[in-house]
Design a protein around this ligand. Structure first.
Ligand code: SAH
Length: 344
C-alpha cells in the first residue's frame, strides 16, 4: 500500500479495514500532507503499535536528496532525488515575483523522443507514482522552509503519458486538507497527446495547460518531435479549442527558439495565426543547448524581432526568464551528467 498516494477517503477506508477509529486517518493524513513528515517515526500522536503495523504494510515515499545545486546568480535550486528503487529524478525550485515555483518530474526518463531534449536520451525507465511527484514538493518545502505557491509539471517525462498518477497528484496537492495549492497556479505541460488533452479538459481541474508547440507546420514539427507523426497541428488546435471551451482556461504555447530552425519571420507569422485561433499565450524559450544535440539558441536580436512580430499581432507573449543556467538548468541535464560521471 502506497500510503502517501491515497486520497483522504481512501485512507479512511483503509484505517476502517484495520478496525481503527476514523480520526486516526485524519491524523495520518495531516502528518503526511500538512506537516510533511519524512517518516512514520515523526508522528508523535500516533501509537507505536500502529506505526509498526503501518511500516510493515505500507510503503512511505520519502525521496532521498542526492544532490542540490544552488545558482549563484538567482537562488534557483536544482535537486537530484533518489527513488526507493535507485532511479533518479530532477526537480527545480525557482523564485519569481509572483511566488516560489517548483518544477516537478512526472517520469524517470521519457519516451516521446523530442530531439532537442535531454530527458529523452535514455528513453523511458518508468512512470512516477503520485506520491513520488508529491514528495518532490514536500522535500523541497522542508529543505527551503519557504512557501511554495506555484507548480509546473515541466520536469522530466510526459505527464499525459502518466495520466492517472498525474491527475491524482494534482488532486492531492490542491486538497484543502493538504497543502491546498491553488489549481490556478498549477501548469501541466504536454508535447501534445490529443486524447490526453481531451480527457484532461473533461476533468475540469481549472489548471493551466501548456502545449509544447515548437513548430508551426507539421513538416517542421515532425523533425523536432516524433509525437507530431501521431497528431497533426490541426488536430492539436481542435483539442486546444475544446480545452478552452470546456474549462475557460487559456492555453499557453511553449516555443523553444532554435537558431535557423524555427525562428524565421514566416515561423512568427504562423505562430500568430495558431495562437489567435485558440486564444493562447505564447512563452518563448531560448533553446538550451544540450551536449548530445546540435541545436543552438537564436541570437538576442532575432528573439526580439520574433517577439515584436507576435506582440504587434496582439498576441500575449513572454520570454522565459532563464533561471539556473549555471547549474544544468535544462530538463534532464543534471541527471544525465551524474549518470555519465557515475559510469566513468
Ligand atoms: N513532456 C512535457 C513536459 C516536459 S519538458 C512537454 O513536452 O511539454 C518542458 C518544456 O521544456 C517543454 O516545452 C519542452 O519542449 C522544453 N524543452 C525540452 N528541452 C529543451 C531544451 N533543450 N531547450 C529549451 N526547451 C526545452
Amino acid at each position: 500500500m502506497d500510503i502517501k498516494s491515497l486520497y483522504l477517503d481512501e485512507l479512511t477506508e483503509y484505517i476502517r479495514s484495520l478496525d481503527l477509529p476514523a480520526f486516526r486517518s485524519k491524523q495520518l493524513y495531516e502528518w503526511m500532507h500538512v506537516h510533511l513528515a519524512r517518516s512514520f517515526d515523526e508522528m508523535s500522536n500516533i501509537p507505536k503499535t500502529l506505526k509498526e503495523k503501518l511500516s510493515k504494510e505500507c510503503e512511505y515515499t520519502s525521496l532521498k536528496t542526492e544532490l542540490v545545486q544552488e545558482s549563484k546568480t538567482d537562488g534557483t535550486r536544482k535537486y537530484l532525488f533518489e527513488l526507493s528503487d535507485g532511479n533518479h529524478i530532477e526537480s527545480v525550485f525557482m523564485r519569481y515575483k509572483h511566488g516560489n515555483t517548483v518544477c516537478v518530474s512526472s517520469q524517470v526518463g521519457c519516451r516521446m523522443g523530442c530531439n532537442f531534449c535531454a530527458s529523452t536520451l535514455g528513453g523511458l525507465v518508468r512512470s512516477l507514482k503520485a506520491s513520488e511527484i508529491l514528495d518532490q514538493i514536500y522535500s523541497i518545502s522542508v529543505d527551503t522552509g519557504e512557501r511554495i505557491s506555484n507548480i509546473v509539471v515541466m520536469g522530466m517525462g510526459e505527464p499525459l503519458d502518466n495520466y492517472d498518477e498525474v491527475v491524482r497528484f494534482i488532486k492531492l496537492i490542491s486538497d484543502e486538507n493538504g497543502l491546498n495549492i491553488s489549481r490556478r497556479n498549477i501548469t501541466v505541460s504536454t508535447c501534445g497527446i490529443v486524447p490526453g488533452i481531451i480527457k484532461l479538459a473533461k476533468e475540469d481541474l481549472k489548471i493551466t495547460l501548456a502545449l509544447s508547440l515548437h513548430a508551426v507546420t507539421d513538416e517542421k514539427r515532425k523533425k523536432l518531435m516524433p509525437v507530431a507523426n501521431s497528431y497533426s497541428i490541426s488536430e492539436l488546435m481542435d483539442a486546444c479549442k475544446s480545452y478552452f471551451d470546456m474549462t475557460g482556461r487559456r492555453i499557453s504555447f511553449e516555443y523553444a527558439l532554435a537558431g535557423g530552425n524555427n525562428d524565421s519571420d514566416e515561423d512568427a507569422e504562423g505562430l500568430c495565426r495558431l495562437a489567435k485561433s485558440v486564444h493562447a499565450h505564447v512563452n518563448l524559450i531560448p533553446v538550451n543547448p544540450v551536449r548530445e544535440r546540435s541545436y543552438v539558441r537564436s541570437g538576442r536580436e532575432r528573439i526580439d524581432v520574433f517577439k515584436n512580430k507576435l506582440e504587434k499581432n496582439g498576441i500575449n507573449v513572454t520570454i522565459r526568464r532563464e533561471l539556473g543556467s549555471d547549474i544544468d538548468g535544462a530538463c534532464g541535464q543534471l541527471r544525465n551528467r551524474v549518470k555519465s560521471e557515475g559510469a566513468n
